[in-house]
Write a protein that binds this ligand. Structure first.
Ligand code: UD1
Ligand code: MG
Length: 398
């Protein structure tokens, strides 16, 4: 078993890797009208996170195939907007992850690529360094396949990694097909694999469907490689939250909470005070300067920036908003697409809408709504006012 270090996250690896993203499944357990991979964590569809990781790892110009099937029109329309370079590969009907990869290879055709990196559209928190470690293990052992694993406290429905008495992987068994003894195994399959393409092409046609779901399982390729005497590595991911997969709403909530823990830790490491970190909601695009303070139940989204010494009051919700140095945002303020100049005081219960621009030292008080309003330096609107499509002069008191 090789364990991952926190390899630094600079990409990109061999140009001969093609990436396959599995996204054709019905996602039955979500009980949703929306395709599973378009459900969001941290405000962004899971599929977009996986596509971004794929481009970052294999290089922007490496082929990215997305296997689509269930609710294909919606997923394809989303892809056309969010990653037009990604190539949809149709799997119709959906007969398992092995079948999905077969469809992707057919769509890849003669494109030169020696390795196939398979990612799951429902595993959104993988870190780039973890994929580098997977590549490294693959190269070191001259693998037919290397795949990521994790030690789970509750292995639940994940596939189990079966190892022999020497610790070598012998196969992966799905929870539904596992014996009572195999179910006790805590090492789980992440659904992330790096394959030697030639081996994968030979192995896929040899998969069977003798399993609880009657599907072609990609996981069975591992056993085929072992039987053929080809090197196989299960690479342990140190941070088990990276490989959480979303099959249900409960899984989705666990993934969100793992992501929020990560974002809060990163903000605190940058010198931001989070009074009650477990109550704050952040997104990846939010940026901070040191000595900003976030009170409980604050929610920051989009390209929000909080400058040095600014304090964001309890329960405030800010999206795409620039908060200047030393600003005080009092509790329960809602702002979207606004700019708040240095030293301004906003709230409580203020609503700053799109195009609001507050220069330095502006005061906007309770029950004031602004839209496309420019308030010059030192202007005040402290109570019960609507200011829309207007410009308010320096030090004016509304
Ligand atoms: C899969 C793995 C399991 C692993 C887990 C990790 C198999 C058989 N099992 O189980 O070992 O622990 O992921 O999260 O691979 N998909 C298709 N076409 C299909 C079926 C699925 O594209 O015909 C896609 C799904 O959209 C999803 C991914 O493949 O993005 C995984 O499928 P899912 O049904 O979620 O498999 P799990 O039960 O999670
Ligand atoms: Mg899954």
């Amino acid at each position: 078993m090789s364990a991952l270090g926190s390899a630094s996250a600079q990409s990109s690896v061999s140009a001969t890797t093609a990436v396959v993203i599995l996204a054709a499944g019905k996602g039955v357990r979500m009980r949703s009208a929306r395709p599973k991979v378009l459900h969001a964590v941290g405000g962004r569809p899971m599929l977009d996170r996986v596509l971004e990781l794929a481009a970052r790892h294999a290089g922007a110009s490496a082929p990215r195939l997305v296997v689509v099937g269930a609710q294909r029109d919606e997923v394809e329309a989303h892809l056309a907007r969010s990653d037009p370079r990604a190539i949809p590969a149709v799997q119709e009907p959906q007969r398992g992850t092995g079948d999905a990869v077969r469809c992707a290879l057919a769509a890849l055709g003669e494109t030169p690529a020696e390795r196939i990196l398979v990612l799951s559209g429902d595993v959104p928190l993988l870190a780039p360094g973890t994929l580098l470690a997977l590549e490294a293990a693959f190269g070191r052992h001259g693998c037919a396949v290397a795949f990521l694993t994790a030690i789970a406290d509750e292995p639940g429905a994940y596939g189990r990694v079966v190892r022999n008495e020497h610790g070598a992987v012998t196969r992966i068994v799905e929870a539904r097909d596992a014996s009572a003894a195999e179910l006790l195994v805590r090492e789980t399959n992440a659904g992330v694999y790096l394959f030697d393409r030639a081996f994968l092409s030979e192995a896929l046609p040899r998969l069977g469907t003798a399993n609880a779901q009657g599907e072609w399982y990609l996981t069975d390729v591992i056993g085929l490689a072992v039987d053929a005497g080809r090197p196989v590595e299960g690479v342990l991911t140190r941070d088990a939250t990276e490989i959480l997969g979303a099959n249900s709403r409960a899984d989705l909530a666990r993934i969100e909470s793992a992501l929020q823990t990560r974002l809060a830790a990163a903000a605190m490491a940058e010198g931001v005070t989070l009074v009650r970190p477990e109550t704050v909601t952040l997104e990846d695009g939010v940026t901070f300067e040191p000595d900003a303070v976030l009170e409980p139940f604050v929610s920051l989204a989009g390209a929000t920036h909080v400058s040095a010494g600014a304090r964001i009051g309890q329960g405030s919700i800010l999206r795409d908003t620039k908060v200047g140095p030393g600003v005080t945002v009092k509790p329960y303020t809602v702002a979207e697409g606004a700019t708040i100049g240095a030293g301004s005081i906003v709230g409580p219960f203020a609503r700053l809408r799109e195009g609001t621009e507050l220069e330095e030292g502006v005061h906007v008080g309770n029950f004031v709504e602004t839209k496309k309003a420019r308030l010059a330096r030192g202007a005040k609107a402290n109570h019960l006012t609507y200011l829309g499509d207007c410009s308010v002069g320096e030090r004016t008191n509304v």
